[in-house]
Design a protein around this ligand. Structure first.
Ligand code: NAP
Length: 246
């Protein structure tokens, strides 16, 4: 399905990003794996992707850093021959009620989860325009649709990411580039493993399907959005949440 394409996936060392990288590779895409600092996990994902018979390179880069992301995109285009699919998946949480939330916790979450996606889109924009083809997939969250007590920073970033998705979709639609978002619900990864068993149980009980999703559930949707079958879909937000936010 994606033979001959190159995908850049941020946050590809672990969790949902790792799964997306593997699924895109399974469909035939070469993958640029971007991570923040977890060298060991990034190398493990690279080996798994390569075992699928495609090319994989790892790139350590903080997506919140405007200049670093500019260099990253230039390097990936040079070393991998271009970018066809951009997946903005890197994300962090710094939870707390607004009353106790530190300014730095608000800023960091906005910088990584929202500005990080802007940086990556900004630096790939003219590349996609020139190609008159491309796929941008942003990983938002159901929290960006509903808000959540204790996650004002995260909800703001993820809601902002939906606005960014729709704006970019409108800007690039005439150029053959689609931009869509996936809104995962509760997915079992390191990010959610930090929650207490009681919180996990409460969350699972609230999900109509009564269980957490797997990273692969997001990866299958990302692979579809990257495929030719999704060529007429843009500016869409697809919930993959077992019915949680319906
Ligand atoms: P995760 O397991 O915590 O993995 C986070 C990934 O992001 C890692 O690869 C990490 O790299 C990378 N990363 C973090 N900060 C970065 C930065 N500044 N620059 C570059 N890379 C950075 O998270 P996850 O659960 O897979 O979540 C992936 C995405 O899905 C996030 O955007 C998250 O908000 C969203 N999401 C998750 C859930 C869920 O239930 N898990 C639900 C809704 C939405 P290192 O390994 O190098 O640290």
């Amino acid at each position: 399905m994606l033979q001959g394409k190159t995908a850049l996936v941020t946050g590809a060392s672990r969790g949902i990003g790792r799964s997306i990288a593997l699924e895109l590779a399974r469909q035939g895409a070469d993958v640029a794996l971007v991570y923040a600092g977890n060298e060991e996990k990034a190398q493990a994902t690279k080996a798994e992707v390569e075992a699928l018979g495609v090319k994989a390179n790892t790139y350590r880069c903080n997506v919140a850093d405007f200049d670093a992301t500019k260099e990253l995109v230039a390097r990936v285009i040079e070393e991998m021959g271009g970018i066809d699919i951009l997946v903005n998946n890197a994300g962090i949480v710094r939870d707390g009620l607004v009353l106790s939330m530190k300014e730095v916790d608000f800023d960091q979450v906005i910088d990584v989860n929202l500005k990080g996606a802007f940086n990556m889109i900004k630096h790939t924009y003219s590349h996609f325009m020139r190609k008159r083809k491309g796929r941008i997939i942003n990983i938002t969250s159901v929290i960006g649709l509903s808000g959540n007590a204790g996650q004002a920073n995260y909800a703001s970033a993820k809601a902002g990411l939906i606005g960014l998705t729709k704006s970019v979709a409108k800007e690039l639609a005439g150029r053959g580039v689609t931009c869509n978002a996936i809104a995962p619900g509760y997915i079992a990864t390191d990010m959610t493993d930090a929650l207490s068993d009681k919180v996990k149980e409460t969350m699972e009980a609230a999900i109509p399907m009564k269980k957490a999703g797997a990273p692969e559930d997001i990866a299958y949707t990302a692979a579809f959005l990257a495929s030719d079958g999704a060529r007429y879909i843009t500016g869409e937000v697809i919930r993959v949440d077992g019915g949680l936010a319906m």
